[in-house]
Design a protein around this ligand. Sequence first.
Ligand SMILES: Nc1ncnc2c1ncn2[C@@H]1O[C@H](COP(=O)(O)OP(=O)(O)OP(=O)(O)O)[C@@H](O)[C@H]1O
Ligand SMILES: [Mg+2]
Length: 327
Amino acid sequence: MRWGYALDTSFQDHEKLVWTFGGGKGGAGRTLLSTTLGILLAKEERNVVIFDGNLECANAHTALGMRQPQKTLSDFITGKTQDINELAVPTPFRNLRLISSSGDSISATNHSSLAAKNRLLKLIGSINCAHLLTDIGPGLNFWPVDLFLKGDVQILVITPEPTAVETVYHFIRMLIYRKFKNQLGAPQLENTLSAAFTDMRTSGLNDVMERVLEKISATDKSAAVRIAKSIADMELKLVVNQTLDRHDKHIGPAICEIVNKFYGVKMDYAGFIPFDERVALSLRRGRPFIAEYETSETAACFSVTLRELLNSISARNRKRQLDFITS
Ligand SMILES: Nc1ncnc2c1ncn2[C@@H]1O[C@H](COP(=O)(O)OP(=O)(O)OP(=O)(O)O)[C@@H](O)[C@H]1O
Ligand SMILES: [Mg+2]
């Protein structure tokens, strides 16, 4: 079979899906995964846009074998264009467009004000396509974390190294912190919130959440209910990239178990991608790995991971429909 594995054909482009690829650690493979899954989805006749959310160091265009596009998010941030859809440029792949970021760190740092970033966050949903794959840069500050939370499908990408694993725990902690902070109506609770999240040990996240929710509930019960619901609704996906041996394949399920148990957050393992030196070779040739080595075992791992993600989205949609009918 050409792409190794068939995709789940029961999944239809009924509604727009925003996919976000985060995790915090630099070089984990978010750009590789988002561009590769984008190419695979486009090949299945889906209307796909890749959104390069790495404002300081954009490189999704390079991963797609393109030069820096003329039109980029800089035009939006600096007010040259108001219409974000104008920035979606064609790629070498049918059905796949790219909204590139400036790639100009000076411009990004100077112009990407909080207001501009907030405007971008609001406009993500208005980009015309069936699948918006959002590549997010490294870091744990407001932009990568809030952009990640915009996803209907939220994918954390890690490598098996302890430093990457440690960072992803911090990233999840930040996701929860932002969920609290974004919903908090009463500013007087912000200090309680910051203190609680700063002091806690990672294994104590469940307890911290409960304590802070209790405090919020005392002054704003509806905010506490909203926060608890939005955390209960989280469904993170984990992909382990650059695995080297059989042992590395157990890391993903083990991390999911820890997060489910100690963080009180649902996280499912979506698959692994082995380390493959041809990834760098194809990048140097200016061709995405998936286009150069489409019948390789590594390519099959990308397809299996995509199938797993699409299956889980279909299952979630079915469950929501059922809940709606029975409620
Ligand atoms: N499975 C893999 N096998 C071999 N090399 C890989 C693999 N995944 C990623 N790489 C290499 O690791 C580097 C980082 O990958 P990538 O740019 O996708 O990561 P990132 O998380 O987007 O990084 P950044 O923090 O810069 O945004 C790339 O140079 C790529 O060639
Ligand atoms: Mg990247």
